[in-house]
Every structure is written in structure tokens, then in C-alpha cells.
Design a protein around this ligand. Structure first.
Ligand code: SAM
Length: 486
């Protein structure tokens, strides 16, 4: 028997099963255990439970758990930390949020949101925005985060090392790492636009930072970030040296998180007019102060390019066109005629400006409701070689999913009716609550009801400056299916 202590439950059994095939350390089983059980099983035994291994042998997956000294900070806490930093009590001065028995599993699995329903009690009196330690109901350290009694997300988690304080150097390391990734991706073109920090996708829950040429737009979506805004803006300023940093909020987040924050320029002077950015050789004017989101839908950058590859020589209908992203890409790729439709008059005005800026005369824009416009085009007997659908988020919560799927169904059905034989449908959903499978099922329903075969050619997501955190699948929200409709 390999295991000398610790309760035998599903996790230990799995570890034992694995250990028949590999020599394992107890610590290696810890992570597996945390994914399978609410409480880690090997944790009680600590270093004494280390299983004998042949000298020099390295467990095949050990590297995954080894952190270089630069990534794994040294313990500075005054408490008596043992070598197994993450697995034992570590005395800190921080208040503690104790999670309910049976609710700790996602946090051991590094999901960063501790919902209020998972909280058993709070030890100490943290103020909103204070750092807290999240502990199991047995008092073991799980992770460190920031407390907000106003939010359904009671604690946002940032580190799983008890020795890592959430100080200036922590935020700097995380922001630098996020920006390094964009450099690695080649997205640091001076006139381009890029998401430098994507919230949970970059381990920075509640922080979005987009660069538009010389300007930075910071969008805090959590009190944890709003309370540290000065520090974060100073770090971003030092690393990226923009002409100005604009902070933008949205009313829903302000309400949900209890933010006391206003839009405005925190550093530098506002640009005199909408800024001009470049994307795949096209120029776009972006209104940083009044445009939707932070000004531009950066997540669709590569999907605009991908869809454009099907547009040469075709009539293209770009539904929910905003400032003309897909329309201009289609025209640049050789579409003979492009019609873009959006319900926002200001977006349409900027779209027309963008078409003129790029001297793309085959593009026209119309302000209107897309559902009604599509029905009108069907009634008028119009047909298109390519239809692009990029609607706003239809499902705002789980409850909305059935309603959202009906809206997607209806929209895609209208698109199929407008498509020529063997036409191309580029259909998107930014509803995180609607899964990829559900979206494909919806397309199946459309195919059955219209009698048109739908061949999925490309299944795409957001551009890589919106990385998906494997520990927080909510970061994967965008779906873009490029299909042939027969
Ligand atoms: C996800 S954005 C589109 C982004 C755009 N495709 C791009 O690449 O920049 C959704 C757009 O739908 C528009 N919209 C929302 N409801 C609409 C409706 N019923 N009819 C037309 N446009 C609508 C919004 O104004 C917004 O510009």
C-alpha cells in the first residue's frame, strides 16, 4: 500500500490508480486531488507523505507543478511556513473568507470567482477592496484575493501562493506578463489596436486594457481593480508610455460591483478627434470616449480577415456592422458590393467615414434594425453571396439562454433565406452562456427548417489577445462559424 495516511476517497483512489502506472509524489497527487475532491487528500500528510521514488527518477508530469524561483515567490510571511507552501496553514495578517464545506473545489482548481453562495463566514472585518485569504472550512489556505461585499463575486482570486502579497510588484508582474504575450503575438504595432490585458484571461480578474495607437483605454470591471486604479494606471503608463490613458466604465458593472468611478482621462490629454488605428492594412477611426465597449471590437480582428477571404467577387451583407469592420475587410478582399446595417446612427456615421478613409466605394451603410432589414430584403427578392451576422450578446444570463437561442435561430434562418446557393454564412455569438455545442445545434435546427445543408468550414473564437484561461472557461465567449450554405 502506497498511502500511509489521508482519507481514502475518490481522489486518493484515482491517485492510487495512477500510481500503479507511475511513481508519484504525494504533492503531485495534490493537484489531481484538488480537482477531484473538495479537500486535497494528500495535504494533511505534507512532506512526511512523500512516496519513495527511485533515485533520480522524475515523475512525468512533475515539471507541470514545478515553478521556477522567479515565478514562485519566496515566503515573506512571519508565520511558520513549511516547504510545502501551498498546502499548509500559513499565518498572515489578512482577514479570511472561509468557504463552505463542499464548495471549495473550484477554487483549488484555480477558478477566480468566489461567489457569495460559497462563503461560510468571514473572519476579521475586511473592507470592500481589501485583500483577503480564502480558506477551506478546515482553515487551510486556498488562495488570496480581494473582497467585495457588494458583489455576487464576493472574492476575486489572484494568487494561489500564500507567500505572494497583492502589492505593487504583484500587479506589475502580471501586467508585464500580459503585455509580453502581445509582443510575442506580434500585436505591438505602433498604429495598431490590441487588448493588452484581458481580465481573467491574463490572471487579472476585472482589468481590461486596450491600446489604440498612442492611447490606452482602461476598463475596470471589478472593485478590486477600481480601488487600485492609481497603481495600475501608473504601471501601464510606465510600461507602454501612451500619450493618454482614458478610464471607461459601464453602468451594469458600476452597479454590480458598487464602483465609485467616473469615465475620464487619468493621464494626458484627450485626443482631438477619433483616433485612427490600422488593422490588416485598413484604417479605422475609433471614438474612444463614446464608442461601444472601449471603442472597437478587437476580439473580431482575425474573424474579419477570415470571413473576408470568402468575399471576392460576391455581394456581401454585413449585419450588425458597427463601424464597418467586416464590411471594409470584405470590400478590401474584392467584394463587388457590400451593405452594412446597424441600429446605431453614430456607428453608421463612423462606418461611412471609415469606408471613405479607405477609398472603398463599393460599400454602403444603412441605419436600422437587422431583423426588419433582413425581412425587407427577402421580401424584395434580394440575394447575397456572403451574409455576416455579428449580433450583440443575446443571453445576458443563464435564464436567457432559450430566448437567446430562439433569436439566433430566427436570425440565421433569415440569413439562409438571403443566401444564394453555395453562399457563405459567417455567424457569430458573443453570448458566453451559449456554448459552442448549443450554437451548432441551433444551426442544425436552421438547416432542418430551411432545407439548406450547412457545412461548417471554420470554427473560430476570439483573437489571441483575448486568451482563454483554462481555469476560467467563461473567458471563452466568442464563437464565429464560417459555413457554406448549399
Ligand atoms: C458585436 S457588435 C458588432 C461589431 C462589428 N461586427 C465589428 O466587427 O466591429 C453588435 C452591434 O449590433 C448593433 N445592434 C444591436 N441591436 C441591433 C439591432 N436590433 N439591429 C441592428 N443593429 C443592432 C449594435 O449597435 C452593435 O454595433
Amino acid at each position: 500500500m502506497w498511502w500511509s495516511s489521508g482519507p481514502v476517497n475518490a481522489a486518493t483512489k484515482s491517485c492510487q490508480a495512477l500510481s500503479r502506472h507511475f511513481s508519484v509524489y504525494a504533492e503531485d497527487c495534490l493537484l489531481l486531488g484538488t480537482l477531484l475532491a473538495d479537500e486535497p487528500v494528500a495535504v494533511q500528510v505534507g512532506v512526511t507523505s512523500r512516496v519513495a521514488m527511485p533515485a533520480g527518477a522524475i515523475p512525468p508530469w512533475q515539471k507541470r507543478h514545478q515553478f521556477s524561483p522567479s515565478r514562485r515567490p519566496q515566503c515573506h510571511s512571519s508565520g511558520a511556513c513549511s516547504a510545502a507552501h501551498n498546502t499548509v496553514h500559513c499565518q498572515t495578517m489578512l482577514p479570511q473568507v472561509i468557504v463552505k464545506s463542499g464548495k471549495a473545489r473550484p477554487f483549488y482548481g484555480r477558478h477566480p470567482w468566489v461567489l457569495c453562495s460559497a462563503v461560510e463566514r468571514v473572519v476579521g472585518e475586511p473592507a470592500d477592496g481589501d485583500a483577503v485569504d480564502v480558506c477551506s472550512h478546515q482553515g487551510r489556505f486556498i488562495a488570496r484575493g480581494v473582497y467585495n461585499s457588494h458583489s455576487r463575486i464576493r472574492v476575486r482570486l489572484y494568487t494561489w501562493y500564500d507567500a505572494e502579497p497583492l502589492d505593487e510588484s504583484f500587479w506589475r508582474r502580471r501586467i508585464q506578463s500580459a503585455i509580453d504575450l502581445r509582443r510575442q503575438l506580434g500585436l505591438d504595432q505602433p498604429r495598431g489596436a490590441v487588448r493588452l490585458v484581458y481580465s481573467e484571461g491574463d490572471g487579472l480578474s476585472g482589468l481590461i486594457a486596450d491600446r489604440y495607437g498612442d492611447y490606452l483605454v482602461v476598463h475596470p470591471t471589478a472593485l478590486a481593480i477600481a480601488r487600485r486604479l492609481e497603481t495600475i494606471v501608473a504601471i501601464l503608463q510606465q510600461i507602454t508610455q501612451p500619450k493618454a490613458i482614458l478610464v471607461r466604465t459601464d453602468p451594469a458593472t458600476v452597479k454590480a460591483e458598487g464602483l465609485e468611478l467616473h469615465d475620464g482621462f487619468y493621464q494626458g490629454e484627450p485626443p482631438p478627434e477619433p483616433v485612427t488605428i490600422e488593422e490588416y492594412g485598413l484604417q479605422f477611426r475609433v471614438d474612444l470616449t463614446a464608442g461601444q465597449k472601449t471603442g472597437f471590437y478587437l476580439d473580431q480582428r482575425d474573424n474579419r480577415q477570415a470571413a473576408s477571404r470568402y468575399c471576392r467577387g460576391r455581394r456581401v451583407l454585413d449585419m450588425f456592422c458597427y463601424t464597418g469592420g467586416f464590411s471594409l475587410a470584405a470590400a478590401q478582399a474584392g467584394a463587388v458590393e457590400v451593405l452594412g446595417v446597424d441600429s446605431s446612427q453614430t456607428a453608421i456615421a463612423l462606418a461611412a467615414e471609415n469606408a471613405a478613409l479607405n477609398r472603398l466605394s463599393q460599400v454602403s451603410f444603412r441605419c436600422g434594425d437587422c431583423f426588419q432589414t433582413m425581412q425587407g430584403l427577402i421580401d424584395a427578392g434580394q440575394r447575397f453571396g456572403v451574409v455576416i451576422l455579428d449580433p450583440p450578446r443575446f443571453a445576458r444570463s443563464r435564464r436567457n439562454i432559450p430566448e437567446a437561442l430562439r433569436a439566433y435561430h430566427w436570425l440565421n434562418r433569415l440569413a439562409c433565406e438571403l443566401l444564394e446557393e453555395d453562399g457563405i454564412l459567417a455567424t457569430c455569438s458573443c453570448s458566453g452562456h451559449v456554448g459552442r455545442e448549443q450554437f451548432l445545434e441551433m444551426l442544425l435546427g436552421v438547416s432542418q427548417q430551411t432545407g439548406r445543408d450547412i457545412q461548417v468550414l471554420e470554427q473560430r473564437g476570439a483573437a489571441p489577445d483575448h486568451p482563454v484561461a483554462i481555469t476560467c472557461r467563461e473567458t471563452e465567449y466568442l464563437k464565429c462559424m464560417i459555413c457554406r450554405v448549399r
